[in-house]
Structure formats: structure tokens, C-alpha cells
Design a protein around this ligand. Structure first.
Ligand code: UDP
Ligand code: MG
Length: 315
């Protein structure tokens, strides 16, 4: 029987963590496979740390990684995968939006299809704002248009991956990981699993608009060079417009069909328009340079403060 690890990133989840553990543990106990839960405490400022330590003391099947501060959801999942020695791993949120009760079905599907990845596709999302649903829908479609790889639509990080995929994942050195995209990019046999996303059992979303924007722009910049092409296209277009205007006004002057002298408005319009185009394209370049800057520094993606219940194995 293959060993299964359930990877759960947590940030300020004191309201959900005990219930989340209770439900996940029931699933773990019902599995014929040996199983463990790996919680990554992503620098929570509430009682999450204390609660997780309590769980780890009473249950040796629970491993805990504490980060030194909040590094973000994607680094937390990365740490979970990097520290996982099981044959199969399931990545799941702490807030029970992705029901752990589906895990046996995921395992059965993996076994039946001999799949390397089972990715979970959201039929519906409950208890989320219209804005969140709409922006997520637009984002996944936009990503497919922008990137060189085709991603399955409406999937989050809730998925099952096998050892082969984890080993490949461990080789990724980039910092701004867009995990659902990377796993898709890795290849092998990937099969979908359709489910309905539940509302969060308690607490608030830990993805405020600022984090969502950062997540989306990272995904876009790491997976696509299209913004650069669009910037170049915009530059090309403005050159054409500029040439056309030059010819138009010159001929107008000769044949007397334009009154360019009195054209204060047109000059101001043109200057601001092209100024805008230039700033925009420089801005796009700047985004990529920023990424290069981060990648060249090659800082670690996350810093671990403490690990619980990992000792036994390393000996
Ligand atoms: N999370 C995290 N670090 C963060 C933000 C979120 O580890 O900086 C975790 C969070 O605890 C949860 C998962 O990532 O388990 C997804 O977050 P959330 O449910 O708040 O996002 P939403 O479902 O609203 O998109
Ligand atoms: Mg959630």
C-alpha cells in the first residue's frame, strides 16, 4: 500500500484548524494506506501555531512545519511537497472548501487510471462573492490565452500528485511558483476529478485583493512572455499611427486640407497618448526586470523556524 501525505497550508486559521484536523483525521483513519498530515504554518499571528503543536503532540501522524514569518500560500505548499517522503500527496486547503472526504475517491481514481496527477475541477463554488467567482473565471481563461501551456480551467491547488511529479517539482528553482501551472507543465498522465467547492467552514479568506493580484501577476509573468509581445505590438502600432499622421499633415500642408497651425488639441493628445504608450511598455519591461532581480538574488523561498514529528525519519 502506498504511503499518502495530506499537505495543508495554514495562515491564521485558528477558527478552522481543529475541525479541519478532526475531519481530515477521520479520512486518514478510514484509509487502508499508511497516511500522515503535514501542516505548514505560514507564519500565523493567531493561535494556529499553538493549536498545531498540541495536535502534533497527541498524534504522531501529524507533522508540522512552522515558517519564520508569512511567506504566502504557494511557498507553504512548496515546503509541504519538499518535505514529503510519501508516494502520494494530496494538497488541500485548511478551510475545508475542498472536502477531505473526497480523498478516498481521488486515490481510487489515481489507482484506476494509473495517473500521476489527479486535479480537481470546480463544478461550482459556494459561499464566495460574485466578484471572487467572476475574477477567478476571467483569470483562468486569461491565463490560457496568455501562456504557452494550456491549463485545465477552474482548478485550484487541490490535487493528488505522485512521487514522480513531486521529484520533478523539487527540482524547480524559481521563486514565484504558480503551483497549479507548474504541475500541469510537468506532464505525465493527468486526469480531472469534478467536485463542488464548499463554503469556508469559519473565518475569513486569507486572500485579500492585494494577495490575489500578486498571485495573478506572478502567474502571468512567470508563465508568459505575451505581455512583452503585446508591448512590442503596441509600440509598432504607435509607429504606424505616427507615420500616418506625419504623411497626413505634410500632404495637408501642401494641398491645404489640414490647418495644422491651430492644432494645439491634437498635439497635446498625441503627446500624451504616445507618452502613455511608452510608460506602459517600459512598465511591462520593468515587471520582468523585477522578476529577474528576485531570481538572481536567489534567496530561499521560505525559512523554516521549527519542524515537529519529522525527527523519527531522519535517524
Ligand atoms: N494560506 C497560507 N498563506 C497565506 C494565505 C493563505 O498558507 O498567506 C492558506 C490558507 O490558510 C488556506 C489556503 O492557503 O488553507 C487558501 O486560503 P484561503 O482559503 O484564504 O483562500 P480562498 O479559498 O479564499 O481563495
Ligand atoms: Mg479558502
Amino acid at each position: 500500500m502506498k504511503k499518502v501525505a495530506i499537505i495543508v497550508p495554514c495562515y491564521n486559521e485558528e477558527e478552522v484548524i481543529l475541525e479541519s484536523y478532526r475531519r481530515t483525521k477521520e479520512v486518514v483513519l478510514s484509509l487502508p494506506n499508511p497516511a500522515e498530515i503535514i501542516y505548514i504554518n505560514d507564519g500565523s499571528k493567531d493561535k494556529t501555531r499553538y493549536l498545531l503543536d498540541g495536535i502534533a503532540v497527541s498524534d504522531p501522524r501529524v507533522k508540522v512545519i512552522h515558517f519564520s514569518r508569512n511567506f504566502g500560500h504557494q511557498p507553504a505548499v512548496t515546503a509541504g511537497v519538499n518535505n514529503c517522503d510519501a508516494e502520494l500527496a494530496i494538497i488541500i486547503d485548511a478551510d475545508m472548501q475542498d472536502p477531505p472526504e473526497l480523498i478516498p475517491e481521488l486515490l481510487a481514481l489515481q489507482e484506476k487510471e494509473q495517473a500521476n496527477v489527479v486535479y480537481c475541477v470546480r463544478n461550482s463554488r459556494q459561499g464566495e462573492s460574485i466578484f471572487k467567482k467572476f475574477s477567478a473565471k476571467m483569470f483562468y481563461r486569461m491565463m490560457n490565452y496568455m501562456s504557452e501551456v494550456d491549463f485545465p480551467l477552474d482548478t485550484g491547488d487541490f490535487r493528488l500528485i505522485d512521487r514522480k511529479v513531486m521529484d520533478e517539482f523539487d527540482r524547480f528553482k524559481e521563486r514565484g511558483k504558480y503551483i497549479r501551472g507548474l504541475i500541469s507543465w510537468v506532464g505525465f498522465k493527468q486526469v480531472p476529478f469534478y467536485y463542488d467547492r464548499d463554503p469556508r467552514i469559519a473565518g475569513e479568506t486569507k486572500y485579500p485583493l492585494s494577495k490575489m493580484l500578486k498571485f495573478a501577476s506572478n502567474a502571468m509573468l512567470y508563465f508568459s512572455k505575451k505581455p512583452l509581445k503585446l508591448a512590442a505590438g503596441l509600440g509598432f502600432l504607435s509607429v504606424i499611427v505616427g507615420l500616418f499622421l506625419a504623411v497626413w499633415f505634410t500632404l495637408g500642408k501642401i494641398y491645404g486640407f489640414s490647418n495644422a497651425e491651430s492644432g494645439w488639441t491634437s498635439i497635446v493628445t498625441i503627446v500624451t497618448f504616445f507618452g502613455g504608450v511608452q510608460l506602459l511598455t517600459v512598465g511591462v519591461l520593468g515587471q520582468y526586470i523585477g522578476i529577474l532581480f528576485d531570481e538572481v538574488k536567489a534567496r530561499p523561498e521560505y525559512i523554516i523556524d521549527e519542524k515537529r514529528n519529522f525527527e523519527a525519519e531522519s535517524e
